[in-house]
Design a protein around this ligand. Sequence first.
Ligand code: UDP
Length: 384
Amino acid sequence: MFENVKLLVVGAGFSGSVIAERIANVLNESVLVIDSKLHVGGNSYSETDSASGIECHRYGSHIFHTSSESVWNYIRRFTEFNSYQHKVLTTYQGHVYQMPINLKTVNDYYGLNLKPWEAQEFIRKEAEMAGISEVRNLEEKAISLIGEKLYTAFIRGYTKKQWERDPKELPAEIITRLPVRSNYNANYFQDPYQGIPLDGYGALFRNLLNHPKIEVRLGVNFFEIRDQIPSACTVIYTGMVDQFFDYCHGPLDWRSLRFEWETKDLSDWQGTAVMNYADEEIPYTRIHEFKHYHPERKAVFESDKTVICREYSQTYTPGKEAYYPVNNAENNRKYEKYQAMAKAMPHVILAGRLANYRYWDMDQAINNSLCLFEQIKKDLENGK
Ligand code: UDP
């Protein structure tokens, strides 16, 4: 069944699908894409819920955003985007605040009415009071940016729930994903290009993979068929890197997620797409309400049904879905050993978030695959 395969892509998420698309469209070469899931799109997948007509992101909210003009131009060959701009609210001790922390969050939290320059000075003093001279982890980074009180309210509890670790044991980079603003800009992302695929992520992936030279086989577990793959076949692997190498340097830590779905007989349940929950005592990290991603689908948007989904973070164990790498020093060292092993295998290319053990957004995964493709193209041209 696999004897004639020369190029095999393992995983039909963004990383694998983009490489397959390039191989077929640019090189006109045949490529087989396999995925253990029964749909394409990996964890970015969305589909229309048959009972409500609402487009649901089956693995949590995915908002496409990028600063890269080349990624934006590339992906729009396969989908149009709506004009959705992501805004997030967070509930702390029964009050709702804007996230990321901006002038409104600061004024609401402290009951003040500061101007931007006053807020900057205020936050600077708050941060200074904590007396952090050297930033070694997420907690110190966050406190040095916003001070102890805002950190305790909006970051500490959420981060503990999300990572199930003390924020002192987490890398500072995680928190630099979130900007801190002294104006009233409530946009979650700062990128100039943003939106949700007009026909959903499922359609986007079907377009990406729609080529006579691409064969997609779903429900195929790579580890069950790997011994059937010819040794000369190039394998572009987008799954978990430690599993690929049979955990020979030990398992890496991953975070997984669990989703609790509910359909409500209401036209609007929380008034926004994502509500975060900052209190440590509330077991979920956020609630998604998917109809808010598509206000342009008017009939569905105004209908008297809505789908919500509570997101719980959980430790990854085999059989669960891996979502996030835990990039602390120990895991990164382990990962480097796996990376070195892959480098020594000329027919293996690691692509994407899980294979590179990086906390990448969708646009970064696409960019990585576009770069890897250029390398694959060169190698094929040089007859490697
Ligand atoms: N975070 C937080 N409070 C929030 C939102 C985020 O403390 O209300 C922290 C948390 O540590 C999280 C990180 O910021 O893991 C990155 O958040 P982001 O929304 O980018 O995470 P993602 O959507 O990728 O899960």
